[in-house]
Ligand binder design. Structure first.
Ligand SMILES: Nc1nc2c(ncn2[C@@H]2O[C@H](COP(=O)(O)OP(=O)(O)OP(=O)(O)O)[C@@H](O)[C@H]2O)c(=O)[nH]1
Length: 319
């Protein structure tokens, strides 16, 4: 006697247990981690930038599915520490690796594996307990031959370092290729368990931190090479404006942009304050989209002398 075939209406996942857990993407600067997080979550939660090393805070994006909930933890890049901030960031990365259920190692399809990738891969090999998925990003930038070569190189790198890939998957976050397949591959690596966050939540990062990151992202656009590491943003206050009609709310946001040296002030503010104004306009649009309410944004530029090297200042700036 043969078993009855399942009804075509029955969801495939009916028998599968619900899974939930944490994943993080690692990779050298500009590997496409933030863009991939956004593509998986479907909204702008992580900060993307054409400048390297702009993701400083651990930003979680949450992928809600009928069969699983995937919490994405976006860590800063691991790099040779030169400052106190650098050391702390590396500690954050290693702790995150030990805590998550899977690590996605992002390697751009359009760049040969280099010393930076090897450095991370070696460190990854040390995180023995956590499964690792190699994610070949930006596949829209290469042809199939180049992609095949990259896949082979990554496979060999794993063998060389004794690093066993749970999967090797090519994706393009920009073209939307294989992004949902990536989620399909990550889900089985999660433990069984109920949803960890309420349906609809996209991130548990405090709103103020997200708002600060959006401002920092806008402030970084088009600045010269040495400045990105010197900029920090702190949101001092977010208060609903009083005496507004219920259907026309306004949120007052006061934020400070910190730089390390007085000489950097002019760069951020621009001639006649034009750059700062543009930063305000650009970030306000994103903040309003994020919070779903009109915003009045009050931005100030302040000098926090050599804040990257000063533990007290680092704490004040949220590191
Ligand atoms: N063509 C193409 N470009 C991409 C893709 N994913 C990311 N990029 C671009 O690559 C650059 C870096 O992307 P990010 O997502 O900020 O990279 P990241 O790894 O988070 O960078 P850090 O925050 O510096 O660690 C940006 O200019 C992205 O637009 C992709 O799938 N295709």
């Amino acid at each position: 006697m043969s078993a009855p075939s399942p009804s075509p209406d029955a969801p495939d996942t009916a028998a599968a247990p619900h899974r939930s857990g944490f994943a993080c993407f690692v990779g050298r600067p500009n590997a496409g981690k933030s863009t991939l997080t956004n593509a998986l979550v479907g909204t702008k939660v992580a900060i993307t930038s054409t400048r390297p090393q702009t993701t400083r805070h651990t930003v979680r994006g949450i992928v809600h599915r009928a069969d699983a909930q995937l919490v994405l933890v976006d860590t800063p890049g691991l790099h040779k520490p030169r400052t106190l901030l650098g050391e702390r960031l590396n500690d954050v990365v290693r702790t995150t690796w030990a805590e998550v259920d899977v690590i996605g190692f992002c390697l751009p399809a359009d760049q040969k594996l280099g010393p930076g990738d090897r450095f991370i891969a070696k460190e990854l090999a040390e995180a023995r307990k956590t499964p690792k998925v190699a994610v070949v990003t930006k596949t829209d930038l290469v042809d199939s031959e180049a992609l095949a070569r990259q896949l082979i190189a990554i496979d060999q790198l794993g063998t060389e370092l004794g690093l066993e890939w749970a999967e090797i998957i090519p994706v393009s976050a920009v073209a939307g290729d294989q992004v949902s397949l990536l989620a399909d591959l990550l889900v089985p690596l999660m433990p069984e368990g109920p949803a960890l966050y309420p349906d609809g939540d996209l991130t548990d990062e405090p709103e103020q931190v997200m708002v600060a990151e959006l401002i920092r992202e806008a402030a970084l656009e088009g600045v010269r090479d040495e400045l990105p590491h010197s900029i920090a943003v702190v949101v001092e206050e977010m208060i609903p404006r009083e005496d507004r009609p219920a259907d026309r709310p306004l949120l007052d946001i006061h934020a400070n942009i910190y730089i390390e040296r007085p000489s950097q002030k002019g760069i951020v503010i621009g001639p006649k304050g034009k750059r700062l104004k543009d930063v305000g306009t650009a970030s306000r649009t994103h903040i309003e989209a994020l919070l779903g309410t009109p915003v009045y944004l009050d931005l100030h530029v302040k000098v926090a002398k050599d804040w990257q090297r000063d533990p007290k200042q680092l704490r004040k700036l949220g590191f």
